[in-house]
Ligand binder design. Structure first.
Ligand code: ATP
Ligand code: MG
Length: 595
């Protein structure tokens, strides 16, 4: 809409915010910025030293829900810019709305910002702030505006206010209460504060211009009456500031230099500047004032990221809680097994732009693979087990209980992770699709007469299968080809075209495996007018019982693995226990979603 300054014009280079910050840091002749060590008004900061932080940014979540992947963008941007430019990033809870905010969310948000690798402590000081601690100043600021003739108490009904606001093509109409004197307004505003009026009976509005082309400047609301208990201030207040009034003040009290927010706030910027300008003029706030800059939101395909919709999914039981591994909440993504590094890298890869981005979920998976490929230990797991019987075992080794020792590196490149030890017995679990009674063209695994290698073990030759009364295959039969054991001389003399993974029946660790797929069946479930809930993928979670190699019998919850052939898995941080393993599939080895 209106652009009072050139501040938000994209600058050359792929990150316009960096260009803006670099420009600002290079500028001379600016008023000196003092910082008293804690948030405060002009007098407070004037008494403090010059700010040692080159810039100040902030991540300002409202504690009314759990953070999601979109917030990770804002977190990494704000903390990242502060890190890169010798600044400090504040973690500020924007807790000015008494109704929906809870301590549970305050705690969870701090946990996730820290999990992502960021720290709001700097130089021995915590930069963790609560906007509700600024209520006194906000009230004072409001009284100042009233006294200066820049705000008035409006007693129109909400319907009248809406009708009189006009719209894009039609200017608004002045309220009949707009012409009251400052003294009358001040008295009324104090009555509001003192609880003499009912909720919703009147509001405090800025007095700007009911004909402004930018509707946000048509006398926006500053304070409303709301009798609600606030998680921090209890019942001290019955009036609460509106977000658009509170947020710029929070930035200014904390001496934020670059207030980075998402694009939908672009039209609020003129009011941001109007408000802070007048409060500075009145001596309440110190120059230089913060500036707001807008960047595009990050959205992921096949999920929703609005807090309201996430809450609906949780409350209505479409998922199993805020940390359901199918959700794009950070607690959900962590539980699914996405690493903090992969999320940071994904966010970084999207850059900073002036348009909202829709990122395909496969990009997230690519970042996860890139992170874990070089780190996660390998292991064998059978997800869809079918028994394989080695029918010449006794003949070769003398006893059905004989075990051939095998081993494999825990990681092909990381020798320091050591070897995994396991045994090959006369019966092993293999994947059901590693056998075809009648092979299709090009199939090289088990079918009668064909040979394959049990990876890290022997070459075997398939001789047939067993079936139950319904004709279902219950076991595959094969013989061991002597002298072909991996790692022994001459093992490769017998050529085969495939190798399959397996886990011996005698030592297999039974595990619950949770196999996840997209939560929604379409890319942008909440883009159209339809009910996004109707696009929930009924197959988004499949739980199977599989078998793991014995080295996985006792691993701590939260440990990541690459299950050979299958992809990346993590021991579930909530339900996994020694003796009752539960693993979540994070993603496959390659992008299986593109077709
Ligand atoms: P939602 O719209 O999901 O309810 P919100 O914007 O209301 O989120 P806040 O707690 O107000 O949630 O957000 C804290 C910060 O995170 C804000 O600065 C907001 O702009 C930013 N943010 C929220 N969602 C995204 C997103 N998808 N991409 C980038 N930044 C985001
Ligand atoms: Mg919001």
């Amino acid at each position: 809409m209106s652009h009072p300054s050139d501040d938000n014009k994209p600058a050359p280079g792929n990150n316009f915010l960096r260009s803006i910050i670099e420009r600002d840091l290079a500028q001379t002749g600016q008023p000196e910025r003092h910082f008293a060590g804690t948030p405060g008004d002009a007098a407070h900061h004037a008494a403090g030293p010059l700010d040692a932080a080159k810039i100040r940014t902030r991540f300002p979540p409202e504690p009314n829900g759990y953070l999601h992947i979109g917030h990770a963008k804002s977190i990494c941007l704000n903390f990242g810019m502060a890190r890169d430019y010798g600044g400090i990033c504040h973690l500020r809870f924007d807790d000015t709305n008494p109704e929906k905010e809870e301590q549970e969310y305050v705690d969870a948000i701090q946990e996730m910002v820290a999990w992502l690798g960021w720290d709001w402590h700097s130089g021995g000081t915590s930069h963790l702030f609560f906007a509700s601690n600024y209520f006194d100043f906000m009230y004072r600021a409001a009284e100042h505006l009233v006294t200066a003739g820049l705000a008035y108490v409006d007693e129109q009904t909400p319907e009248e206010m809406r009708a009189n606001r006009g719209d894009f093509g039609r200017p608004g109409v002045n309220s009949p209460f707009r012409a009251r004197t400052p003294a009358e307004n001040l008295a009324r505003f104090r009555e509001m504060k003192d609880g003499q009026h009912a909720d919703g009976a009147m509001i405090l509005r800025a007095k700007i211009d009911m004909a402004a082309p930018n509707i946000n400047l048509r006398d926006p609301a500053l304070y409303r009456i709301r009798r609600a208990t606030h998680h921090n201030t209890g019942d001290q207040w019955c009036i609460y500031p509106m977000y658009t009034f509170a947020h710029p003040i929070e930035d200014a009290l904390e001496r934020i230099t670059h207030s980075l927010c998402t694009l939908e706030f672009e039209d609020q910027r003129p009011f941001y500047d109007w408000l802070l300008g007048h409060l500075a003029e009145g001596g309440l706030l110190a120059h230089p004032l913060p500036h707001q800059y807008e960047f595009g939101r990050l959205n992921l395909t096949y999920v929703v990221t609005s807090k309201r919709k996430l809450r609906q999914l949780v409350d209505e039981g479409h998922v199993d809680g805020w940390d359901d591994p199918r959700l794009p909440t950070l607690v959900g993504m962590r539980r699914r097994g996405y690493t903090a590094t992969s999320i940071r890298n994904m966010v970084e890869a999207t850059g900073v732009t002036k348009s909202n981005a829709w990122l395909d979920y496969s990009v997230m998976d690519g970042c996860l693979r890139a992170d874990l490929e070089g780190k996660a230990a390998r292991a064998c797991a059978v997800l869809d087990p079918l028994k394989l019987k080695l029918t010449n075992w006794v003949e070769l080794f003398g006893s059905s209980s004989h075990v051939e020792r095998s081993s494999a590196p825990a990681h092909p490149q990381l020798a320091e992770l050591g070897q995994r030890e396991f045994g090959l017995g006369h019966e092993v679990w293999i994947e059901r699709d590693d056998f075809m009674e009648v092979p299709v063209k090009g199939y090289h695994r088990l079918f009668p007469g064909n040979r394959t290698r049990l990876k890290y073990g022997y070459v075997i030759e398939c001789t047939g299968c067993e079936k139950d009364a319904e004709g279902q295959i219950t076991a595959v039969l094969a013989t061991v080809v002597p002298d072909t054991k991996s790692g022994t001389p001459g093992a490769d003399a017998v050529k085969v075209k495939s190798a399959i993974t397996w886990v011996s029946v005698h030592e297999a660790v039974e595990a619950e495996l949770r196999l996840y797929d997209r939560l929604f069946t379409i890319e942008q479930p909440d883009a159209g007018d339809g009910d996004y809930l109707s696009f929930i993928n009924p197959q988004s979670r499949r739980v199977v019982t599989g078998y793991l190699e014995p080295s996985l019998a006792k691993v701590p919850a939260g440990t990541h693995f690459q299950f050979e052939r299958h992809g990346y898995f993590v021991a579930d941080r909530v339900d996994h226990q020694a003796g009752k393993p539960v693993f979540n599939k994070i993603t496959g080895l390659k992008d299986g979603w593109s077709k």
